[in-house]
Design a protein. Structure first.
Length: 444
């Protein structure tokens, strides 16, 4: 019987050699964001030399702009699907080199895998892992959103091993016997430091924090508003964390005692997440830290899982909301900008939780420049959504909406009542026009 070290050594190879394991029709899933295996993705054009065809790659918030994203010669060899767009994917979309798959994080993997099974296509997972331990386990480190599910489904497993990535626990453990190829790398882990937030963000953060009771289980994301919310939560007690993304601001809440995970009702004692990206401080904190549990999105974001948590509060952002409560959170000007992510499911799950609340946060306005370079102010609360906008959170599911002008609680309200509440939290410059348009549309 081979030793663990012998198993490891025989699976180490160059990225090009690992890619030669890809066969016609394979469907490749790349780990999300900071977990993407750059050493493998940067060599993906090698598939042109292997002669394979009819493959797909599925990315989710890729951080780098890899050559395959902009190479029209990859069409028919490796077509690109995106679950969550980044700048690189928005640019590739302009050249018709990527197409978005409408998705909710819990169900999308099941749906795609069922289609692959019907088409008799093999799934492949590529991801970054931290080095193997003495028992033969590698760790999926900062991204466990769907990788373990794919491995359990018998996917071909190609991994980048990198000592700069932290070791995490939960659905992140992969035994060397499950791996088909390893590509060693020592590139630096992607870093994202906290950015300062504005006075408007601070006001929104306070409005949101006032809705969060002691003993709540919280879901926060990355960005100025979540950072402002976290700052305002420092004086709360017995908060718990059950979130898709673990952030540096959550460390602050743990260290100041606001979060102790004691009253969650599900996995008490653990901060539960699916992925992370942030500063060196964050990576040092999660490294070898068993109190931060990385679980697949098929668990973490499942509305039924969320419903088991006590006083679950989901905090999500939107780009535009109409007077009926429909939220367009992933398209700009009718074009794909990001993705649904966990928004629709955490919105639903929070309202299945005893004492739970769903919060949609947004600035009341945004600005553009006219042909003379003058700034023009626009309302994010609109009578109807932009043409071709994608509805991320339906009017059936919206609960609390928060801007710098206050809180609109839409749960259980009729359309006319919603119009009134949303206009109250719109920018004052637009309220009269919104009333007029609501009358014309017979919403009020």
């Amino acid at each position: 019987m081979k030793t663990i070290k012998e198993l490891y050594d025989e699976k180490v190879m160059a990225a090009e050699k690992a890619l030669e394991l890809i066969k016609d029709g394979d469907y490749i899933f790349s780990a999300q964001a900071a977990g993407e295996p750059a050493a493998i993705l940067s060599k993906m054009q090698h598939l042109k030399e292997t002669g394979v065809k009819g493959c797909n790659i599925n990315t989710c918030l890729p951080l780098q702009d890899y050559p395959i994203f902009k190479d029209p010669e990859m069409k028919g060899i490796l077509d690109h699907n995106g679950w969550f767009f980044s700048k690189a994917l928005r640019e590739a979309h302009e050249d018709k080199l990527v197409s978005a798959i409408p998705q909710s994080s819990t169900s999308i993997l099941r749906k795609v895998l069922s289609r692959l099974e019907y088409e008799k296509r093999r799934p492949v997972v590529i991801a970054t892992v931290s080095p193997m331990d003495e028992h033969g386990y590698l760790s999926l480190s900062v991204s466990a959103i769907y990788e373990r599910d794919l491995i359990d489904k018998g996917a071909l497993v190609l991994l980048e091993v990198n000592p700069n990535f932290p070791r995490t626990f939960g659905d992140s453990q992969v035994h060397i016997s499950e791996v088909d190829a390893l590509v060693e790398s020592d590139r630096e882990i992607p870093i994202a430091n906290l950015a300062p937030y504005t006075d408007v963000d601070a006001t929104i953060g306070k409005n949101i924090a006032d809705l969060i009771e002691d003993g709540s289980t919280i879901q926060l994301g990355i960005g100025n508003i979540p950072n402002a919310v976290a700052h305002e939560l420092r004086n709360k007690k017995h908060l718990g964390i059950h979130t898709e993304m673990f952030t540096e601001t959550m460390i602050d809440l743990i260290e100041c005692g606001a979060v102790d995970n004691s009253q969650k009702g599900l996995l008490n004692g653990y901060s539960v997440c699916s992925f992370t990206m942030g500063s060196k401080r964050l990576y040092d904190y999660i490294n070898d830290n068993p109190s931060v549990l990385f679980k697949s999105c098929t668990f973490t974001n499942d509305p039924y899982t969320i419903g088991l948590c006590n006083k679950f509060v989901s905090i999500n952002a939107t780009l535009e909301i109409d007077l009926m409560g429909q939220c367009a959170s992933e398209t700009v000007g009718g074009l794909q900008w990001s993705g649904t992510g966990g928004q629709s499911e955490t919105v639903q799950g929070s309202q299945m939780s005893e004492g739970g609340k769903s919060i949609i946060a947004m600035h009341s306005t945004y600005t553009t420049k006219d042909e003379n370079g003058k700034e023009v102010l626009h309302s994010k609360i609109v009578p109807y959504l932009h043409r071709n906008a994608a509805v991320t959170t339906s009017r059936n599911d919206v609960d609390y909406v928060v801007t710098e002008y206050g809180v609109a609680w839409l749960r259980g309200l009729n359309i006319s009542e919603r119009v009134e509440e949303l206009i109250k939290i719109a920018h004052p410059d637009f309220r009269e026009e919104l009333k007029k348009q609501a009358e014309e549309l017979k919403l009020w």
